[in-house]
Design a protein around this ligand. Structure first.
Ligand SMILES: Cc1cc2nc3c(=O)[nH]c(=O)nc-3n(C[C@H](O)[C@H](O)[C@H](O)COP(=O)(O)OP(=O)(O)OC[C@H]3O[C@@H](n4cnc5c(N)ncnc54)[C@H](O)[C@@H]3O)c2cc1C
Length: 596
């Protein structure tokens, strides 16, 4: 069975030695009392929940899956899931970063996000049950009426109720403008919703007393396309005026999907048969309201990728030290044994270091992004809020797509480290690969993230947001350009920064003549930007490690070695990606459709 140890030391390094989060957070009135001990203690306890309660259920969930009782439409999650969720609720974990006005603990998002990395390492499928509630909470807090907030937020905060996001229908996933679910206004101000949703994660289960579905649907007079979509809150059980549960609302699970991974999470087909809902926000503005939930979920999916990368790395590294096979090319390293441990072989090291560099780089990126999110929400300075909002908007598609693409590569490499044993279910490595694959697809495929980055976030505002990140890179290059020990990191970072600027201008010019140029370059472009962001953060981590190398703590030696590996072996991928992005759309359009 795979093991999992929460990476507390690395989390503390990023938070306290690189980002100085306590100073940053203390500057926000809502977090004026925060201190490092509190952050560390909460993260450590969350790590125990992940490692001791949730991780042991990962393989059980995979092999058992969820079961639907077709007569009652009720779904049972795998053995142990309900009990683990009860512990999560009992421990107040759902409330960590929620608003104290609704019973939350008001801690920074950073603490909550760290918990989610660990829960995802432990068991992605289980983590999706509480995970989706956060998005529902965010959408309601941003766009819900006072009545909706009073009815739903305390129970979502405590975790007694969970949330879902119901967008997808069989004929529309990416193109939500085509959705057909209808909402008929009723005399009492509610709506009756009719239609069929598919692929709804945590759509039906037995973990919580009630499930709060956030559903996209169309009003009778709605304009066609995405301008005619409204958002509704549709509870599984209607809620009485005194807050107790009322009648069962006709939103029923018709079937569960059989799928490649995350078997422990119920992916439900939901039939709405005149289900009663209330409108969230304004009519026909539902997509904008749902985007609050989608942005939270996109960062959440990035954390799923990060969590799996870390878990796969830990297991593969332990295996590589233990498994003996063949001799080192440069002579025996373990002469007392019949063969050397496979960790002596350069390519095994390359696979391990790739996963490690993606995990540690991903953690740094995720924590920095979450800190910007904390500042965006809690700063009292409008300029800071706006600056952080722009940075979060720019980086969100990179967190979602780059970290999940990396997770797919990393889990596959880690499986390869096990040789044939990696392909065998018992070791748990093939489950990581299967679970990792969905993260590139849902919450907007990684292609859609790339179009969002290049089309909307970069070209859409003439590079203004990109320049804001570019300024951070330029300031670092300026400061460290004189530091000889940092040249190996600063020079390639500065070089890539220049190349991204040129590439962006070139694609922008080409796109003015042919908009398909954006579609042809977007995926390569996002990966190049992902590396630019990683290079910046790896250089910042290397700077701290270099300064503390003499302390004798092997942590810094390992950090520096991983930084050097990243710059030498992973960053050069950008040369090929830039070439491919620059090659444009011509070869993609040359072939007639009939010849495919
Ligand atoms: C396990 C699982 C859980 C899910 N959970 C949820 C959930 O909780 N709630 C929910 O609402 N949905 C959920 N989904 C649905 C998921 O978000 C969609 O499957 C996804 O957004 C893609 O939509 P689609 O499947 O219809 O693919 P399509 O939209 O048909 O896309 C097919 C392909 O075309 C590409 N494509 C589409 N448009 C463009 C374009 N403009 N340019 C370039 N390429 C394009 C896509 O990138 C993709 O490769 C889940 C799906 C799965 C499998």
């Amino acid at each position: 069975m795979p093991h999992y140890t929460p990476p507390l030391r690395d989390m503390q390094f990023v938070m306290h030695e690189v980002l100085n989060v306590v100073d940053e957070l203390k500057a926000l009135p809502a977090h004026a009392d925060i201190d490092a001990d509190t952050i560390n203690a909460v993260v450590e306890e969350a790590g125990k929940l992940a490692a001791e309660v949730v991780a042991p259920l990962n393989q059980i969930g995979d092999s058992e899956g969820c079961t639907l009782d077709k007569a009652t439409h009720e779904v049972k999650a795998p053995k142990g899931f309900k009990e683990a969720y009860a512990k999560y609720v009992e421990g107040g974990w759902a409330a960590l970063s929620c608003d104290p006005a609704y019973g939350g603990q008001g801690l920074p998002y950073l603490v909550n996000q760290s918990m989610y990395e660990m829960l995802n390492s432990a068991n992605q499928a289980w983590t999706m049950y509480p995970g989706l509630s956060h998005g529902a909470y965010e959408a309601l807090i941003a766009h819900g009426s006072d009545e909706q907030k009073k009815t739903y937020l305390p129970k979502l905060t405590s975790g007694h109720w969970t949330g879902t996001m119901c967008l997808t229908e069989s004929h529309c996933g990416t193109d939500l403008g085509m959705l057909r679910t209808k909402a008929e206004p009723q005399a009492d101000g509610t709506y009756k919703l009719t239609g069929n949703k598919i692929f709804i994660s945590a759509g039906e289960h037995d973990l919580a007393e009630n499930i709060i579905h956030l559903v996209l649907a169309r009003l009778p007079d709605a304009p066609s396309g995405s301008k005619g979509i409204s958002l509704f809150v549709v509870p599984k059980y209607l809620v009485n005026a005194d807050g107790t549960l009322g009648a069962r609302n006709p939103i029923f699970c018709g079937a569960l999907e059989h799928k490649m991974g995350i078997h422990g999470n119920a992916t439900a087909q939901l039939n709405l048969d005149g289900a009663i809902g209330t409108l969230v926000g304004e009519p026909n503005k539902g997509l904008a309201a749902m985007f609050v939930m989608m942005n939270a979920a996109r960062l959440g999916v990035g954390m799923q990728g990060l969590g799996l990368t870390e878990a796969a790395y830990q297991n593969a590294a332990a295996y590589a030290k233990d498994r003996i096979q063949m001799r080192s090319l440069s002579g025996p390293k373990a002469p007392d044994k019949p063969a050397d441990p496979i960790i002596v072989h350069p390519d095994v090291r390359k696979m391990l270091l790739t996963a490690r560099a993606y995990a540690e780089g991903g953690r740094m990126l995720a924590m920095w992004t979450t800190l910007q999110l904390d500042k965006e929400h809690a700063s009292t300075d409008e300029a800071v809020k706006a600056e952080c909002a722009d940075l979060v908007a720019l980086i969100t598609p990179i967190v979602k797509a780059f970290l999940t693409d990396n997770a797919w590569l990393a889990t596959s490499h880690c499986m390869q480290v096990y040789g044939g044993h990696g392909y065998i279910a018992e070791w748990g490595m093939e489950q990581y690969v299967r679970d990792a694959r969905i993260n590139m697809i849902y919450e907007g495929t990684n292609t859609i993230q790339s179009l969002d980055l290049l089309g909307r976030k970069v070209l859409g505002d003439n590079g203004a947001k990109l320049k804001k990140f570019g300024k951070l890179v330029a300031a670092f290059v300026e400061d460290e350009g004189v530091n000889e020990d940092m040249q190996e990191f600063v020079n390639p970072l500065a070089d890539l920064g220049d190349k991204v600027t040129k590439l962006t201008t070139e694609i922008g010019m080409k796109a003015m003549k042919n908009p398909d140029e954006v579609g042809a370059a977007a995926v390569d472009y996002l990966r190049v930007c992902g590396h630019l962001v990683f290079a910046y953060f790896w250089a910042r981590m290397a700077k701290v490690a270099l300064a503390k190398l003499d302390s004798g703590d092997p942590f810094y030696k390992a950090k520096l070695a991983t930084a050097r590996f990243y710059f030498a072996k992973l960053l050069p991928e950008t040369a090929g990606l830039i070439r491919s992005a620059r090659a444009g759309v011509a070869t993609l359009q040359e072939m007639d459709e009939a010849l495919f």
